[in-house]
Design a protein around this ligand. Structure first.
Ligand code: FPP
Length: 248
């Protein structure tokens, strides 16, 4: 039995797996720098790791996987790098849509897609339409995503609903706000993985991560494989989640 298979067996025997795992995929640039390669090649290798993460998520039996692919702040990177990332997104969609569909993955996108160049936006729309109905894994790609912007948007939508008389002011509560986030209807992440050792949340799912277990690994994203995902899940299975309460 391979090391990966053995780890997967331990995950399956180790107790409940997290329903929802979110990942901050970090370290592409450093991976490239260590090899004296352009940053864009780091992103290209990162794209391969996305495939690993998705396949590992299916094998482990996760319900939801959320990947931070491009933040709103990333629009401030040099145009060449933005162009490369957008190109990779389009390439990923062209290469992977059929496979995602046959693996039962339904893709959703979190973020402000109005900022995407029209051809990339069309590709994203095709990915969403082409994978609709998948029941094995719900894959969220956060693209042009900012958690503060997401919360502000939800607040605006709440205010509009109150103004239009669709919602009473007394009914503005956590649930009502949660229903207006991109993640409406999904369980909050049980586990957040951040690669490359950085100890930050970086404007990612600030509302949804309230009680999420954190797992920081020094592995750079292009080196991330399903083995690392399984290790993170095993670590999660050892945690005691109290949600602010004391032990029974
Ligand atoms: C962080 O590394 C990574 C990103 C900003 C982009 C993530 C993109 C991918 C994994 C590839 C494309 C993804 C899809 C879904 C097609 P960084 O550049 O901040 O690395 P550094 O901190 O080492 O500089």
């Amino acid at each position: 039995m391979s090391g990966t298979d053995a780890l997967l067996e331990r995950v399956r025997a180790g107790g409940p797996v997290p329903r929802h795992v979110a990942i901050i995929m970090d370290g592409n640039g450093r991976w490239a720098k260590e090899r004296h390669l352009p940053r864009t090649l780091g992103h290209r290798e990162g794209m391969k790791a996305v495939r690993e993460g998705v396949e590992g998520a299916i094998e482990a039996g996760l319900e939801v996987l959320t990947l931070y692919a491009f933040s709103e702040e990333n629009w401030n990177r040099p145009p060449v790098e933005i162009g490369a990332l957008m190109g990779l997104l389009e390439e990923y969609i062209a290469r992977e849509t059929a496979e995602l569909r046959s693996n039962g993955v339904e893709v959703h996108v979190l973020g402000d897609l109005s900022r995407l160049p029209p051809p990339k936006r069309e590709a994203v729309d095709k990915l969403i339409a082409g994978t609709r109905g998948g029941t094995k894994l719900h894959l969220n790609l956060a693209i042009s995503y900012s958690s503060r912007a997401e919360i502000a948007r939800a607040a605006r939508r709440l205010a509009e609903d109150v103004r239009q008389g669709r919602l009473a002011l007394e009914d503005v509560d956590e649930e009502a706000l949660g229903q207006r986030l991109y993640t409406a209807g999904l369980p909050d992440p049980d586990l957040l993985i951040r690669t490359s050792g950085e100890l930050r949340i970086s404007n990612f799912l600030l509302w949804q991560l309230a009680y999420t277990e954190l797992y920081i690994t020094p592995v750079l994203w292009p080196d991330f494989s399903r083995l690392h995902l399984f290790e993170a899940i095993l670590d999660y299975q050892k945690r005691e989640r109290r949600f602010g309460r004391v032990n029974a």
